[in-house]
Design a protein around this ligand. Structure first.
Ligand code: NAD
Length: 295
């Protein structure tokens, strides 16, 4: 297939390279020109702009930071909806607010462009290993058309409901991930402050009911205070905002999500925005008057 790929960052670059490797003709665009060069080196085409990436594409994928960038690339004049042929399938894989995904789907309907929201979980490693979990909102027939393309970048690919539903599932994912990081951070602080070896304690937790993928993958790096991203606190701060806005929209109270959102916001305010989200440990340490190790 002929694919346009817009947003070649931490996630988009390896995803676009996997699509090239799967035999697709990929034209990629990013505001950072070096990202286009990297795609060219991987066998793709560096497009000169959004319209160039979209020209003649059967499928356009966007992997952008947040809703303002998605609105700019998709809805603005000269953007995807303006320049794509009727019948093109737009798959937005960015994590954004559900209502923006719904608004895009409505705007696209008039232009006869098909749209899916398809945010991902699995992080940079998942993108590099083509093992992402992908939660897809939109029409069933569009999901069926997208599945062979998504299979080149993901392993678990699930149609979760109508437009916006993929983003709601992603918001639920992020509140659980943030909550578990916060609790693992509290466990480490308690263990260390009590004179118990944190690594040994967490080994036991990982084998019992408290075990989780986060404990499995991240307990050692947290105990070692290795906070290179990964997934940045800044992006998780955005995602907690999306989760709280979705909760408000759905008229539900999510008190733990509210608390975790404040801890993430504190991490950002303390200057840890560009560290991995496991750096919530530094926030929890400071709440107890403990001096976090320099990273
Ligand atoms: P990133 O900042 O590394 O990449 C985004 C890219 O979009 C950048 O290269 C940027 O230059 C480009 N961009 C911004 N505005 C643009 C525009 N107008 N036109 C063209 N390109 C533009 O971010 P990322 O880590 O790749 O994340 C992308 C999305 O995936 C985010 O919504 C994030 O929340 C989500 N996500 C990230 C991870 C992760 O571990 N990094 C995991 C799951 C989901």
């Amino acid at each position: 297939m002929k694919l346009g790929f817009i947003g070649l960052g931490v996630m988009g670059a390896p995803m676009a390279a996997h699509l090239v490797a799967a035999g697709h003709d990929v034209g990629g665009y990013d505001v950072t020109p070096a990202a286009g060069e990297k795609l060219r080196a991987a066998g793709g085409r560096a497009a000169t702009g959004v319209a160039d990436a979209v020209a003649g594409a059967d499928v356009v994928i966007t992997m952008l930071p947040n809703h303002p960038q998605v609105e700019d690339v998709v809805l603005a004049g000269g953007g995807v909806l303006d320049t794509a042929e009727p019948g093109t399938l737009l798959i937005d894989m960015s994590t954004i607010r559900p209502e923006t995904s719904i608004a895009i789907a409505e705007a696209a309907r008039d232009r006869k462009i098909r749209v899916l929201d398809a945010p991902v979980s699995g992080g940079q490693a998942g993108a590099e290993q083509a093992s992402l979990s992908i939660m897809v909102g939109g029409l069933e027939e569009d999901f069926a058309a997208a599945k062979p393309v998504l299979a080149a970048v993901g392993k678990t690919i699930v149609h979760v409901g109508p437009h916006g539903a993929g983003q709601v599932v992603k918001a639920a994912n992020q509140l659980v991930v943030g909550g578990i990081y916060g609790l693992v951070a509290e466990a480490i602080v308690l263990l260390e402050a009590s004179g118990v070896d944190a690594a040994t304690g967490l080994d036991v937790l990982a084998g019992g009911l408290a075990g989780s993928r986060i404990l499995e993958l991240k307990r050692q790096s947290m105990v070692d205070r290795q906070f290179a991203p990964g997934f940045r606190i800044d992006l998780h701060h955005k995602d907690m905002g999306i989760a709280l806005a979705a909760a408000r929209q759905a008229d539900v109270a999510l008190p733990l999500t509210g608390l975790v959102a404040q801890l993430v916001a504190a991490g950002r305010a303390m200057g840890y925005g560009s560290l991995d989200h496991s750096a919530l440990l530094k926030v929890v340490e400071q709440l107890s008057g403990r001096v976090p190790a320099e990273v």
